[in-house]
Design a protein around this ligand. Structure first.
Ligand code: SF4
Ligand code: SF4
Length: 279
């Protein structure tokens, strides 16, 4: 089972839920797609870590072969190319590495060069293989690193937990699109509820089965509960604000490895969403 854990905003406890679900399974792979701020490894502290660079392909233009036909510029749907001073010029941050400009060039004047955009770290923490995507500072698009992290993570057996980026951007879409189930982590505030609705809209478009965990809730939160009832989204569990969990989180400890009752809680969440085979 591939389980994507999402939140409309940062700070809701998405990584807390992702890490503990993976650790509560018999065998799991945890894929950190929150590549701008990959915090899961701080909890897992994986061993035997190997790392590999992630590249994208960036077009290069051979001025000696180019005849100025501008077919490449006209082709680029992302407007990453302009024709200036009698040669094509590229805006690397806008290029999606689709390779189209090289294909349409009649002069074979376009080649592609690797450009590093981030790296993957792969290690093991007890029952969990930990795959971490890390985006280089200043990179505009997280998608290539997320794609590489997912492709690598999917090659391992066991329950797959995808820790998605916060928000509802295209990097979230990329992270959740191959999942079997979308699990939202929401918090009981007006801002949290609004952002939850935004990311729910995205998952609804993708027609994924989904459920909600309400985190840091001292009591019922009727706006979210009413919304879930209307949309028929199961509210799977509510975690109250807990000083013990906050302290464990602050010291980077995986709660289910310290607290047997909490392990049963996370295993029960897995059962509710059809992940009993992972236990
Ligand atoms: S398509 Fe090729 S030949 Fe035409 S402008 Fe672009 S690089 Fe030059
Ligand atoms: S690789 Fe694709 S996105 Fe990048 S410049 Fe060429 S056509 Fe545009």
């Amino acid at each position: 089972m591939r389980l994507a854990v999402l939140s409309g905003k940062g700070g809701t406890g998405k990584t807390f839920v992702s890490v503990n679900l993976a650790a509560a399974a018999k065998k799991a792979v945890y894929i950190d797609c929150d590549v701008e701020e990959p915090n899961g490894r701080l909890f897992f502290r994986p061993q035997d870590v190997v790392s590999a660079p992630v590249h994208t392909l960036l077009p290069q233009f051979d001025a000696g072969k180019c005849n100025g036909c501008r077919k490449c510029v006209d082709f680029c749907r992302f407007h990453a190319l302009v024709y200036i001073k009698e040669k094509p010029m590229i805006f690397p941050d806008v290029c999606h590495s689709c390779g189209g400009c090289a294909l349409v060039c009649p002069q074979k004047a376009v080649s592609e060069e690797k450009r590093p955009v981030g790296e993957l770290e792969i290690g093991v923490s007890e029952n969990v293989t930990v795959v971490t995507g890390i985006l280089n500072m200043g990179e505009a698009s997280a998608v290539p690193v997320i794609q590489e992290a997912l492709q690598t993570g999917f090659s391992y057996a066991g329950l797959t937990v995808i820790d998605c980026p916060p928000g509802s951007s295209c990097s979230v879409m990329e992270s959740v699109s191959a999942a079997d189930y979308a699990l939202f982590v929401a918090e009981p505030t007006a801002f949290g509820f609004h952002n939850f609705q935004m990311v729910y809209e995205l998952v609804r478009l993708l027609k994924k089965p989904c459920g909600v965990i309400l985190n840091k809730a001292d009591g019922p939160y009727p706006p979210l509960e009413d919304f879930c009832q209307k949309e028929q989204i199961p509210l799977l569990h509510t975690f109250p604000f807990s000083e013990e969990l906050a302290a464990l989180g602050a010291e980077g400890t995986i709660a289910v490895r310290k607290n047997e009752a909490l392990k049963h809680t996370f295993q029960n969440i897995l059962r509710q969403i059809g992940g009993e085979n992972a236990l």
